[in-house]
Write a protein that binds this ligand. Sequence first.
Ligand SMILES: NC(=O)C1=CN([C@@H]2O[C@H](COP(=O)(O)OP(=O)(O)OC[C@H]3O[C@@H](n4cnc5c(N)ncnc54)[C@H](O)[C@@H]3O)[C@@H](O)[C@H]2O)C=CC1
Ligand SMILES: O=C(O)[C@@H]1CCC=N1
Length: 266
Amino acid sequence: MSVAIIGAGVMGETLLSGLIRAGRDAADLVVGEKRTDRAEELRDRYGVDVVSNVEAAKAETVVLVVKPQDMTEVLGEIAPHLRPGQLLVSLAAGITTALIEKHIPDGVAVVRVMPNTPALVDEGMAAISAGSHCDEAHLEIAEGLLAATGRVVRVPEKQQDAVTAISGSGPAYLFFVVESMIEAGVHLGLPRTTATELVVQTVVGSAKLLRETGTHPTVLREQVTSPGGTTAAAIRELEDHKVRAAFITAMEAARDRSRSLAEGLD
Ligand SMILES: NC(=O)C1=CN([C@@H]2O[C@H](COP(=O)(O)OP(=O)(O)OC[C@H]3O[C@@H](n4cnc5c(N)ncnc54)[C@H](O)[C@@H]3O)[C@@H](O)[C@H]2O)C=CC1
Ligand SMILES: O=C(O)[C@@H]1CCC=N1
């Protein structure tokens, strides 16, 4: 089955490279990319054809991975070339299937996806939602694309802004925590390389512990927290600085930003 990826920046390349790692034939994949130097790079790196968006629109499945602000322009360009029976998959934050459906011919199925960048190492988390002309077979095709690079869940579309705030943007929050812990290690006198190794392995090990044991994070935290010990002293500071509340307001801000990304587009 032919797949076109339109917009091959960070997320578009993540999907493209994942499909190739998962064994898809590069001959069945095409890319539409505005920047010619970037197009050249992808052609060299993956052996895929880089074509015009109009040409890309002929694929059985067309995946849009441009910025939300560029979506209506791309839809305007490809809409005259889309035909009923095709599947259009959007990875753009904040862009509803209803908005996409307004721009394309009736009978083209739309699936909205929120992926994340750990897909680069096949540990992605993607949530997918069906548009109004989408059946089970379309959802399975979209799932198949995303499952190449990690886990996939189905969610009602009204949850996609919250999903974006959690798993879409989530890697950035964790990298922010990692950066902060490394800086703290340096502050405590450790060489930067030592601090980095300690923090990265602690994050990987903790993530594995969470996933492999299925134990609740509160229990895992309590197991580390000896009465009157070092962890209790640190957690008290985090609570005093309202870190838990900061996470809630940060994710509310991300959810609200996702909701407003489509403002001004029709
Ligand atoms: N980066 C991330 O972690 C995530 C990104 N997304 C979504 O993925 C989409 C892309 O994000 P990024 O890859 O981070 O952005 P990016 O800026 O790295 O990539 C966008 C690409 O689209 C290309 N482009 C722009 N207009 C075009 C056009 N008319 N025709 C063909 N190509 C065009 C640009 O040249 C660029 O290479 C966004 O809608 C974003 O909301 C979703 C989840 C996570
Ligand atoms: O920051 C953004 O808008 C995109 C969507 C989720 C992650 N990156």
